[in-house]
Write a protein that binds this ligand. Structure first.
Ligand code: C5P
Length: 411
């Protein structure tokens, strides 16, 4: 995103506070940001907060002679690579769909020939209203791109679709939208466009009887974040996931499974792939034969007999002509982290192992933050503690670089 110029339009919704975080993330990645606040937007965040974060003047009023004299609405649009509307309220979307231009934000949106990405945010009833649906269809037909909304608790106390996408998801959508621009040199370098990335995610559930199963604490957050990061780099992504409580990432081919055996079959069916990332916490054992009826207590006797599950990572990474060029495994360990991960890399023939400490208290299992050590043929890299999203973005960028290096070495 280095050097990209984003024009951010902040509409009048409580989600406007998340746009401040979005600005910070964009700036961290080297983008420059200018912001326009609608009058509604200015009721939720101040021009001062936006100016401090963007390090630019924040624009508000079409009829502020100073604004128009110094930098008109046409120039604001011309000097941007992408216009992002976040939050895009029902009212703002309606104005955009009908070509109204009664303030600076809508005048810029009507005057622009640049790509527009909107992050809708509104109450669930407004989102589901036929008028909003019509407006959305019109805007899609006009070429406006969308990210979100998400489902969840709303500020008004209701539950449903309409929460603005999280800043990281908007950031991913921005880099995807910019990546579609072939003139972007960094996007071209780091692109996974035309590449197939296979990712396993989440836990597996191994049935014991009709009501019980063996499982583990994996949330699937890291695997799903990897899928989003791969989509952001333009890859075709197959996400094979065990049962998780997460929304399906946009733009992936989703295959939902329950058991390790189903996960293996789905992964093998999805090959060939250029990159395979096994982030799933696959159960090592399953019950030896699922009982047809619910098991009953039988005194002291141990009822459960276990049998070992196939190793999906080792199966994919086995040397073969169709082997993905980069196979990445994960090693969640509670002791001897690096030694175990290094041994796992060798035993499973993986190219890289992402080792992370999952001792209780680290928050890695099920949490949003993780600190990894990347074990490659060249040695061990200790990465800082980062969000799972950021870890995923950096890992996929590294994978894209490695693939490009392998290709140029082969040429
Ligand atoms: O041996 P361990 O389960 O610690 O290895 C972890 C790595 O191996 C992860 O990448 C995990 O997805 C993968 N794995 C697998 N199939 C299994 C067990 C682990 O793909 N049955």
């Amino acid at each position: 995103m280095q050097g990209k110029r984003i024009l951010l339009i902040v509409g009048g919704g409580i989600a406007a506070y998340k746009s401040l975080d979005l600005v910070r993330r964009l700036k961290d990645r080297g983008a420059s940001v200018r912001a326009i606040l609608t009058s509604g937007g200015a009721a939720f965040v101040t021009p001062l907060s936006l100016s401090v974060l963007t390090e630019e003047r924040t624009f508000t009023d079409l009829f502020d002679l100073k604004d128009e004299a110094e930098i008109g609405h046409i120039r604001l649009s011309r000097e941007a690579d992408l216009i992002v509307v976040a939050p895009a309220t029902a009212d703002l979307l309606a104005k955009m769909a009908h070509g109204l231009a009664d303030d600076l934000a809508t005048a810029v949106l009507l005057a622009t020939d640049k790509k527009v990405l909107a992050a809708p945010a509104m109450n669930v009833r407004m989102w589901e209203h036929p008028a909003t649906k019509r407006n959305l269809a019109t805007l899609r037909a006009d070429g406006v791109a969308f990210v979100g909304p998400d489902e969840g608790e709303m500020a008004c106390g209701e539950y449903g679709m309409g929460r603005m996408a999280e800043p990281q998801a908007i950031l991913d959508a921005i880099s995807r939208t910019l990546g579609a621009d072939r003139t972007a040199p960094l996007a071209a370098l780091r692109s996974l466009s035309g590449r197939h990335v296979l990712i396993t995610s989440g836990p597996t559930q191994e049935p014991i009887d009709p009501v019980r199963y063996l499982a583990n604490r994996s949330s699937g957050k890291q695997g799903h974040a990897l899928a989003r990061a791969a989509v952001a780099l333009g890859a075709e992504v197959t996400l094979v996931s065990g049962p998780v409580a997460l929304p399906d990432p946009q733009g992936v081919r989703m295959v939902k499974v329950e058991t390790a055996q189903e996960m293996l079959a789905a992964a093998l069916e999805s090959l060939p792939a250029d990159i395979a990332i096994c982030a799933a916490a696959v159960a090592d054992w399953r019950a030896a034969g699922e009982a047809a009826q619910k098991l009953k207590k039988q005194g002291e006797e141990t009822l459960l007999r276990l049998t070992q599950n196939p190793d999906i990572l080792a199966t994919i990474a086995k040397p073969s002509p169709g082997r993905p060029r980069l196979v990445i495994g994960f090693a969640a360990e509670t002791e001897n982290l690096i030694a175990n991960a290094t041994e796992k890399r060798r035993a499973k023939n993986a190219d890289w192992i992402v080792a992370n400490d999952v001792r209780p208290g680290t928050g890695a299992m099920g949490g949003d933050v993780t600190q990894i050590h990347l074990v490659t043929a060249a040695g061990v890299e200790d990465w800082p503690s980062l969000s799972k999203d950021e870890t995923a973005s950096r890992l996929l960028a590294r994978a894209a670089d490695a693939l490009a290096a392998k290709r140029s070495a082969a040429e």
